[in-house]
Design a protein around this ligand. Sequence first.
Ligand code: BGC
Length: 918
Amino acid sequence: MVNDSFFAGVPHDLRCEYYNDPVGIGCDSPRLSWKLPEGSQSSQTAWQIRIASTPEALEGNGAGSLFDERKTDGESLFIPWPVNPLKSGQRVYWKVRLWLDGGLQPTPWSRAASVETGLLKDAEWEGHWIGFKDSGVHGNAPAPYLRRGFSIPSEVVLARLYVSALGLAEFHINGSAVHPREVLLPGWTDFHHRVQSMAFDVTSLLKQGSNTLGAILGDGWYAGYLSCGGERNIFGKHTAILAQLEIQCADGNAVRIVSDGDWEGRTGPILSADLYNGETYDARLELPDWSAPLSSRGGWQPVSLCECPKGITIDSKVSEPVSKIQELHPKSISVPSPGVYIFDFGQNMVGWARLRIKGRTGQTVTLRFGEMLNPDGSIYTANLRTAKATDRYTFGGDGIAEWEPHFTYHGFRYVEITGLDEKPESDAVTGIVLHNDMRATGAFHCSNVLINQLESNIRWGLRGNFLEIPSDCPQRDERLGWSGDIQVFSKTAAYLYNVDAFLRKWMRDMRDGQTAEGAFPDIAPTFICGFGNAAWADAGVIVPWVVYRRYGDQRILQENYNAMVAWIDFQERTSENFARPETAYGDWLAIDAVIPEHAPVPSDLVGTAYFARTCGIMADVAGLLKKEDDRKRFLTLQKRVRLAFQRTFVTASGRIVGDCQTGYLLALAFDLLPTDLQEPALARLIALLENRAWHLSTGFVGTPLLCPVLTKYGRHDVAMKLLLQETYPSWLFPVKNGATTIWERWDSYTPDKGFGDVVMNSFNHYAYGAIGDWMVRAVAGLVPGSERPAYGHILFQPQLCEGLDSASAALETPYGKVSIQWQTEGKTMRGRLVVPPNSYADFAPKFEHWEVLEMGNKDAADAQNYTPIRLLPGSYEFIATDEPLEIFRQSKCKGGKFFLTDLTVSATVLNIETGVKR
Ligand code: BGC
């Protein structure tokens, strides 16, 4: 690093809380983050932040400066808001410049960024909740259209629309969609406690004179079908919207339009819309220009004023909204029987189908959705249980029509269309991929195509199930926020996408669902099922910890701390001598389980292991939050639980009750055994794997621990064997059988038995995809370091992976891009590393000898026998070997040149944006 250097780049990716230039955020003191100049190989030593109420004041012209200070501080993430808290609807501008590497000269100022708050207090909503007749009460009923005309006296300078809905809503102004990309708003929360609101900049949609604001209202999670039994109105009966339009005019006047008794409503072409069952649309009933000014008044009636259910607060949406993320085009069309056309997208996806099709007035086409095909070529829908997943479109006129639904979503690879006169063109259906609009951050690639397909399946598993909540599956009549599933998958998720805001919001749902006694729920938002079950409820401690470690976001620990402590207290109170009682689920869906929850490993063993694990995490959390007494208490408790585990479940020779893979995995993963019993336990685990010819027998609890434990205890060779195993049961078995997502069961489909138990057989269930985190850490060798969160400290630990010649991982961390790529030849590995600015790394390859060289620098650092070396931000090349030192030295020199100048690494360079190889 060169001191005092002037770097031409500027700080970039300025974020307020989680977003660039957010409008409508829900906190009055947003934290500020940025990245160091692109391509910079520096560390920050000081910052200067300027905040002002106008762009002019930010440039130092005129009044309105709110803050302008320099601070010696190396942190570039989550800087506390340095001035007075913001008021509702307040917009301010900010920029930052930095001092790097102890230099005297700052970088140039960043661009001007902005932040604007939403309505921060419930009392600031002036309007009334409005619905239409008994909207939401009955299933299979038409969706209401609501609207209100109004006049604006002069030119519009600025306009904001604040909205919320009990149900789902789509807003329109003057014939245009307010949020053409975002759908299923305002999303899903525990409506017994809260509903989300959003803000939109609608300045360009309004004009002087007559205007119309409208909304279409759907049932959604609030009132539609939900749960596994075909029930509806779980959270509420009457769907309604809340809207507040604030307009600033050029003449200084302000206009405020709110939802109230002045609105009118009617039904239209959406005859029914339900998340599970699909949407029915009759284009003959369309209301042309219904949200355009001065449109026809025929058929419109007064709206109904609704009471907001007691106890509900309105929270500004924390996570990114569900959006139309990608379009997929069919790969082929088949005709299994006359008039039945099946479009194959080649990818199990979640969203809906856009139809572009020719027909006659009154003709109805029916779309059904499935993940698989039956042997006769028809779509397999038996696994959807009561979810009808059927859309119907009736033509309003002759000719070509284009349509997509509003208030539903489906999980599918295949779309079946019936009701057409002739075979449709291949562009008749487009798959619209929907999920929360999180940033894609991580990618992984290696020399084995099946593993690369596995990585893609894991990624699509996340994409299909991060739709408002982390769901178990996206297709059948379930789609719920099962806590055990995200507990095991959260680390992998945090690698693939930036899930900071998404999981912080979901933890709010967990807290809303926590019992007064402290038990976290099985599902959040909560309405059915139980509480306090081992490995499920533990998500309440594990998920915030993962989010903190991956993003450096301490607030998630602070705001969940009491709830996390309450869960530990609950466990302590309801344990016997520090051993947990039996609870539901256990090692859910393990191979030898006769019914899903009866795995060979007892659930009290699972519970006790997790009790110890969560105490350990809580000791770290308490330490971090400077709660020393709590830290000591959790450490003591952890020791006691560990002893209880040994007393209750471990024999003197190291056998563990149940004598199955998962028991040994829990004991080894969570460090629950005395040192002298680790070796026998590992040996027994290996024997159990070998007895099955190197196949796993684990369920939801054991599977995520398998490869990490084997690698941690020095049996990376066995871990690789399991990863590369292609026969049942294994990760690659579904891949070999055409899977494009992760399956719920190891035998969701087998060529000899066909489809698995239809009672519960999802083909898009991310839980077993939890192996993704280990693939990045142990196969590629990119590990989040222990010294600082958010990859402020990185550990590069590549090792030989039998069966692979190359691997690479790239991740857009909160500090910038980190990557590793390597290839091997015999016992020698060559590779490249990138350490992001304002971060540092330890390079500790698992090799006898190695050397590393900063690119552009001629001095190499070398070491033997696993000694790590610290790397500052920059790009590096390395060579590492288990060959004897002499052979290594000889092979380093080629014609007198230093080996690294000749380095060619063919491991794929990864493009994080899309998660695909370049
Ligand atoms: C879900 C699982 C969930 C389980 C509880 C199932 O119905 O699909 O993923 O964790 O119930 O054990």
